[in-house]
Design a binder for this molecule. Structure first.
Ligand code: AMP
Length: 359
């Protein structure tokens, strides 16, 4: 049995983005030091983590030194190579574990896993060739969405296929990468559920939040979501079933399509993220314990915090040059600005976010 984690311990974070940055801020508040590991020296987490390693995820020596310098390890993005996780996991507790990472980083594995729990997902087929795609489309119909199995985010690695489109062009657009094709889910709206599970199985979920995407990128998150309390509980139960099946430790996010039918509304799982999530940023000011603090509490094996919402909440991402409005945004009373400190504002890049909570 490993020593219990106490304040003063160091949490290693694989990945250096804004999620790692916000984990580091929350960790510091609880007396936990952080050590970020990322190949890109310009990464936002390095500004605030107590220590940093700039090295490739394939650099086994650097990974071993990193593991030796920390008490436990988490990650802030799901494309950490499985091999990287496998090097670190025997040396220090890795939370969430390798299984959660391996499941979430491959859409085929993830959808198969969720469906096997009896939880609805979009109808899907594995696609390894143009012929596979043609066959799957004959089965699933159109519209359909072709997605790479790996490395897709913010709508990247996806092609929508409409009636009359042949499979050839979509297949070529993804460059022949292993893929899945999904039937289009005619959802009324999209929500996500951010939840946490501790090493002892303790579980806490925030209420579902309403997410609006534009161009494949999360635009706004709002609460209340419009779902009933009973629907919120059903969403939490679904997240708990996934977390329990993965023996998950940390914050987990499940994105859901809400489908409205004659008999009522039902959920279809879109995807899961084995980490804190953009749609949970509202919790920093809008909940009694933020998702970042909750993640630190969960991975340290500490009591989980209250997920209670403190008001009506709206969170908006600042994408690309929208961050240039920081001065005007700061002048708005009650608006909380988060600037990720990224030096270059590329189009489509998440540069910061703003949150307003109305009690
Ligand atoms: P993803 O990267 O899989 O989360 O997809 C990005 C966005 O594309 C989702 O948030 C949805 O708005 C849309 N989308 C993805 N898959 C489907 C689907 N099977 N049916 C309808 N819309 C989808």
């Amino acid at each position: 049995m490993a020593e219990p984690i106490r304040p003063g311990a160091t949490l290693g974070i694989l990945g250096g983005g804004q999620l790692g940055r916000m984990i580091a801020v929350a960790a510091a508040q609880l007396g936990i030091r952080t050590h970020a590991y990322c190949p890109d020296a310009q990464s936002p987490a390095f500004d605030v983590a107590s220590a940093g390693t700039v090295a490739a995820y394939e650099d086994e020596d650097a990974l071993r030194r990193f593991a030796g310098a920390v008490d436990l390890v988490t990650y802030e993005f799901e494309n950490v190579p499985e091999r990287t996780a496998a090097i670190v996991a025997p040396l220090r507790p890795l939370r969430p574990g390798v299984k959660a990472l391996a499941t979430a980083q491959d859409r085929l594995v993830e959808k198969t896993f969720v469906a096997a729990l009896g939880i609805p997902v979009a109808p899907f087929r594995a696609v390894g060739s143009e012929a596979d795609l043609a066959e799957a489309l004959a089965d699933l119909g159109t519209p359909a969405i072709l997605k790479t199995r790996r490395f897709g985010y913010d709508g990247k690695g996806q092609v929508r296929i409409e009636a009359g489109d042949g499979p050839g062009e979509a297949w070529a657009q993804l460059g022949g990468a292993p893929a899945i094709v999904e039937g289009f889910v005619p959802f009324a709206f999209e929500v996500s559920i951010v939840a946490a599970r501790g090493p002892d199985g303790a579980f806490a979920a925030y209420e579902p939040c309403l997410n609006e995407h534009r161009g494949g990128i999360l635009r706004t998150t709002r609460l209340p979501s419009g779902l009933t309390d009973a629907e919120g509980e059903a969403a939490a139960a679904l997240a708990r079933a996934i977390a329990d099946a993965l023996d998950y430790v940390g914050v987990l996010t499940v994105e859901l399509f809400v489908v409205e039918e004659a008999g009522g509304r039902r959920f279809v799982v879109n995807e899961m993220a084995p980490r804190v999530h953009n749609s949970g940023h509202w919790t920093i000011e809008g909940a009694e314990c933020s998702q970042f603090e909750q993640h630190v509490r969960a991975v340290c094996g500490w009591p989980l915090g209250s997920t209670r919402r403190t008001g009506t909440v709206a969170m908006r991402n600042l994408i690309g040059d929208e961050i240039d409005a920081w001065r005007d945004l700061l002048a708005e009373p009650g608006l909380h600005l988060h600037h990720y400190g990224k030096t270059r504002a590329r189009p489509g890049r998440k540069m910061g976010h703003v949150t307003v909570v109305t009690p």
